[in-house]
Design a protein. Structure first.
Length: 496
């Protein structure tokens, strides 16, 4: 089920741009880097710098084939924000870029109802379109990110005051909306030079080194030191096992089968895609239920893998903040290790076990849990400061996401590597162009454990326009995604 609504309204461009620039936008050299609080040094115009010429956005709506439950919430539909951005470099090159992201309000703005949260994000998208289109600054995409992010956050505060929301729009929610605009800028920049944007993350293109965003220990370093331009040929795909997903034929006795040619149960998905990675979603708050769920999943996976002769596979555990405290997690892991030692040994990492606001709950440190398995921040990660706080509290891993912005994903990938942290790449049930974007990150970040790619499970209809052009990306074989093909210009999501 698909609907599209245009939001392209052109607004007295030159006059509005001049007014906004006078009241809101300082020159790029005077804007503090939002990830570090440090003002970048003065840099003159460079031939490879660009400016934004035009921005358009629209929405697409899709119904899920089956509900997806995580962290005690259930999602059955998705709205996708698509952004197109036209740019021109100082050297006269012009190109248009595409950015796309799901508006995952249930994850990014859980305090609001479905209608209120999604409505706020749609409204905010319109405001961000105006701000982005009115930006007159020049630079590399990450330079423009420094200028735009503070304005985006102010716009979110304005929307929060104007709408009857239970709490102000969270920074994470703003990043999700902004990510489509940031992606479109990176995509356009790469396309302007006819190359992958990952080839434009070195000294030749970037006007400032990483110390401008990440501090003095990064002086003289650029992103190309941490993020190679060439993608890995393949990466493992983490198949998401939602908290209410049917696991085997027994679960289907009380459910109606979905007759669309796709599997209905975990046990059916395993041989179809040759799965070797499993992301287990847990609700938290009920330790016996979480424990029994993982033990049962482990039993079913063992049975299915034995039938196909597979011996190597791994799990990740995602509580989506559901553990009331770290003691809950430690007791859960203790019981699991006793019940299924081999299942416990297959756990690669644990994701965001407790509440996202780390500063409000400094007692929930993860030092003991991280001795057992890497403990990864996801919802907590919104900037460099949150990463530094997480490290202080014992977290040892970082979940990178396209839905927090290409600029942030690249900078956090560099910081995570410098700090010796465990790295993984998650999606937000990203279909189509947003999955291509996410896969491009996952295929390049060194040491990345794999990629989550669950739109093929829950909203395959949103992939159909892209499947044939990227074979092996939207359909999985031997548990792997074919990412070596993601070398096209920009972020790689070439449209028809």
């Amino acid at each position: 089920m698909r609907a599209r609504a245009s939001e392209d309204d052109d607004r007295e461009g030159v006059t509005r741009r001049m007014v906004l620039r006078q009241v809101c936008v300082a020159p790029i050299v005077a804007v503090a880097a939002p990830l570090s609080g440090r003002a970048p040094a003065l840099v003159a115009d460079r031939p490879n710098d660009m400016r934004i010429l035009e921005v358009r956005h629209e929405f697409e709506d899709f119904q899920y084939r089956a509900p997806y439950q995580f962290g005690g919430r259930s999602v059955d539909r998705v709205t996708i924000l698509n952004v197109r951005c036209r740019v021109r470099t100082n050297g006269g090159r012009e190109a248009s870029g595409l950015g796309s992201m799901t508006l995952g309000n249930a994850w990014a703005f859980p305090a609001a109802s479905q209608d209120a949260g999604l409505g706020a994000m749609r409204t905010l998208a319109g405001r961000l379109r105006d701000i982005t289109a009115d930006c007159d600054d020049k630079g590399h995409p990450i330079d423009l990110f420094r200028v735009l992010e503070p304005q985006y956050l102010r716009a979110a505060a304005d929307v929060s005051r104007a709408q009857p929301l239970p709490v102000p729009i969270p920074k994470l929610c703003t990043l999700v909306v902004a990510s489509a605009f940031d992606a479109a800028i990176h995509d356009a920049y790469g396309k302007a030079f006819g190359r992958s944007v990952y080839e434009a993350y070195g000294r030749e293109f970037m006007s400032r080194d990483l110390s401008a965003d990440l501090g003095p220990s990064f002086k003289g370093e650029y992103l190309d030191r941490y993020v190679p331009s060439a993608p890995r040929p393949t990466i493992p795909v983490f198949h998401s096992v939602g908290a209410s997903d049917p696991l085997d034929a027994e679960d289907m006795q009380s459910r109606k089968r979905i007759d669309d040619g796709l599997p209905n149960t975990l046990e059916e998905w395993i041989p179809r895609d040759g799965l070797i990675r499993f992301k287990i979603k847990l609700n938290g708050g009920n330790l016996p239920a979480d424990f029994e769920r993982v033990v049962r999943i482990d039993r079913i996976v063992n049975r299915a893998q034995a039938a196909r002769g597979a011996t190597e596979w791994k799990y990740s555990l995602d509580f989506n903040e559901g553990c009331p405290n770290v003691a809950y997690l430690l007791e859960f892991l203790r019981r699991l290790r006793e019940a299924t030692p081999t299942g416990f040994d297959r756990i690669l990492y644990i994701e965001q076990p407790t509440a996202r606001d780390l500063a409000k709950d400094r007692a929930n440190v993860m030092h003991d849990a991280a001795k057992l398995r890497p403990v990864v921040i996801d919802e907590s990660l919104t900037d460099l400061e949150s990463l530094l706080l997480a490290r202080e509290m014992g977290y040892t891993g970082v979940a990178l996401k396209a839905c927090k912005g290409q600029s942030q994903a690249m900078l956090m990938a560099a910081a995570g590597q410098k700090f010796g942290m465990f790295l993984c790449v998650q999606d937000l049930t990203c279909p189509g162009a947003s999955l291509i974007h996410s896969a491009g990150i996952a295929a390049r970040v060194p040491g990345n454990a794999g990629i989550e790619a669950n739109a093929r499970q829950f909203v395959p209809a949103a992939n159909r326009d892209w499947e044939n052009r990227f074979p092996g990306l939207f359909t999985i074989k031997n548990g792997l995604m074919a990412t070596g093909q993601l070398t096209g210009p920009g972020l790689g999501a070439l449209e028809k």
